[in-house]
Write a protein that binds this ligand. Structure first.
Ligand code: EPZ
Length: 430
């Protein structure tokens, strides 16, 4: 089984190029099947989640031609099925975006019911509520969700919780419904806006994405488009914290600084220096960082997908910090792994009380999910000695070339396929 082996200690310095946003790419890939015309998608991140969703699209007759590593051409003229089999949703939950896309275009769709995952139960009641509000008959049976409708009719939908997935899914279906749809209490994440912009580039009529009220005027059909995905806010944030925790100096290129404001604010608060440019920003940390309190919130608040990274960094800060996870009910599972490296963190419900320690020691640990896995890599980068991280497949779901990008910044790490690789690495680096 593949593992990362990391020898901690070197501050990271240099430049890193951020890829396309995974969570925008998943909505955009799903949306690309809503037209029979060819669609070109650029700046597509080459990660496991996008690869799996492309396979799901191909499984129902979509042709996806890879133009280069980060560009695909999608031709959905030949779709011959509206049912995505359950293997895909087990690999990535976001396969459920095919519900909104296929329901919108073909007025019928069937996707397996996503289970919970390592960070919480993750219900989809708001997705189904939205589809029903548009007039679809939605049934959940035998582990499958089926939705169909003679024709979808726009409606006024109020989301009971702020949900990225449901906002995107309902927006997909409403794009081709008859009449107007208003989504109230909508999610405002940059990736929601990117999916809306992509749909508009295909001829949709969506206004207000990025605010909590999205107004959609249904159109007859969508046409082809060429579209480039926005930079990944969370990949960028992860490298910002890599500079912070290693007391490094990293120029993070191809970002939208506006999307990173809540992350920059917290890093400045704990003692980092941040210099912003048009499409890049520089993060420098020269001294031991200070403690702070942070609560994860929907955008533009501090992102839940950055919670493991800030908790890990605060575990080495001076003093006591408190991190409150307000989005998911079980997103501190990785704390046990940090404690094995010497962290002093007490989790009570959805709050972590962190007493900063002077250092971590390397250990054998496992990545429980995507973002926690990335945070454990950050911990290993500063730990004394060697750390071996299992289950790196979780990390590779959302980070393209993670070891390569970190090594280029001075990290001492490799992807190991065997015990022999680990021994060789240890001999090589001493
Ligand atoms: C998206 O998940 C992201 N995934 C997550 O990123 C991210 O953590 C999350 O948004 C919050 O920003 C993708 O975009 C593929 P939600 P999603 O619906 O859409 C509750 C990563 O690391 N809820 O915004 O599933 C839900 O339980 C991943 O890239 C309902 O109650 O998140 C949660 O408490 C991890 N009913 C809250 O809303 C619903 O129908 C926010 O969930 C839907 C959600």
């Amino acid at each position: 089984m593949e593992q990362y082996i990391i020898k901690g200690g070197s501050p990271l310095a240099g430049e890193v190029e951020i890829g396309g946003a995974k969570n925008a790419a998943l909505g955009i890939l799903a949306a690309s099947v809503m037209t029979k015309d060819p669609v070109i998608i650029e700046n597509l991140p080459d990660v496991r989640d996008t690869a799996v969703l492309i396979q799901a699209m191909e499984s129902i007759g979509t042709r996806v031609e890879r133009i280069d590593r980060h560009t695909v051409k999608v031709i959905a003229a030949g779709i011959n099925s509206y049912s995505i089999e359950d293997g895909y949703i087990k690999k990535i939950r976001a396969s459920y975006y095919m519900l909104g896309a296929l329901l919108g275009r073909f007025k019928k769709a069937e996707v397996a019911l996503p289970g919970g995952c390592n960070i919480g139960s993750r219900p989809i009641d708001q997705h189904l509520k939205g589809f029903r509000a548009l007039g679809a008959k939605v049934e959940v049976s035998r582990g499958m969700i089926s939705a169909e409708s003679e024709n979808l009719v726009g409606n006024h939908i109020y989301m009971d919780v702020v949900t990225v997935g449901a906002t995107i899914n309902v927006m997909l279906a409403a794009t081709l419904a008859n009449g107007k749809t208003i989504i109230e209490n909508a999610a405002k994440e940059p990736h929601v806006v990117d999916v809306a912009n992509f749909l508009n580039s295909m001829g949709a009529n969506i206004k207000g994405a990025g605010t909590d009220v999205i107004r959609i005027k249904g159109v007859e059909e969508l046409h082809g488009s060429t579209y480039s995905i926005i930079p990944d806010q969370i990949e960028a944030g992860t490298f910002m914290f890599a500079a912070a925790i290693t007391k490094g100096d990293i120029m993070i290129k191809n970002v939208i600084p506006k999307h990173l404001e809540s992350i920059s604010a917290k890093l400045i608060e704990i003692g980092c220096e941040i210099e912003e440019f048009d499409d890049c920003l520089r993060v420098v940390a020269t001294k031991r960082l200070a403690s702070t309190h942070v609560k994860t919130l929907p955008y533009p608040g501090f992102p839940t997908d950055m919670q493991p990274q800030i908790t890990t960094t605060l575990a080495l800060s001076e003093g006591t910090s408190i991190v409150t996870e307000s989005i998911f009910e079980n997103r501190f599972k990785y704390v046990g792994e940090l404690q094995r490296m010497g962290a002093n963190i007490k989790v009570e419900g959805n709050t972590a009380i962190i007493e900063g320690v002077d250092s971590f020691s390397g250990a054998g640990i496992s990545a429980p999910d995507l973002r926690a896995g990335a945070a454990l890599v950050l911990a290993a980068l500063v730990a004394d000695g060697f750390t071996i991280i299992d289950d790196i497949r979780f990390i590779e779901r959302g980070y393209e070339d993670f070891p390569e990008k970190l090594t280029a910044l001075g990290a001492c790490m490799e992807k190991a396929e065997s015990e022999r690789d680990i021994q060789k690495f240890k001999l090589k680096v001493g």
